[in-house]
Ligand binder design. Sequence first.
Ligand SMILES: [Zn+2]
Length: 211
Amino acid sequence: MQQLIAGVHKFQQDELGRYKKLFHRLSRQEQNPHTLFITCSDSRVLAELITQSQPGDLFVVKNVGNMVPRADVPGRNSTAAAIEFAVKILGVSDVVVCGHSQCGAMTALLNGLPESAEIPHLRDWIATASPVRELMDRHYQHLTDRDARITAAAGENVLFALENLHTYPAVATRIADGTLRLHGWFFQIATAKLFAYDLSTQQFQPIEPEP
Ligand SMILES: [Zn+2]
């Protein structure tokens, strides 16, 4: 906690000056983010840092494994609520689902969780991506390296999340109107590089500066 408090002090003393006007302006209007950014709760994946976004730019959903449950999954889930809010009420123009390397959720999906009665919600949540595990069993038998399997699962999980986004009427309507675009991204922790899924090559390609 000391580290957090020290950070608050540092922000107030060293950084706030640069942001004062922006926060003041943002407080006088409704938020108007351009993008819904769905990524993993992992502490190493910082949406704003890796996209150099400012306050007001991104509507961020972080959950374990950057998952998007299908719209018809029963029960409450905050990710579904956030999707509807961002797409229908805030009117974002883009949705990014960003997976990442060394994802603990993908590790749990492929290798299981510790036997414990104290993690029922986590177990249920990870099961959201069980179709990804089935796909891994069917199509990725040749991959034996542990890290490579986790990376492949993270990529497939992003595509699965994009597919599930289409099950939300709010999303489907806006895609049909041509006012909403979906993007699949992947963040490689070791290099801090971002990759975007390319439909034409069906691969994640590095996001590189314009030549
Ligand atoms: Zn993760």
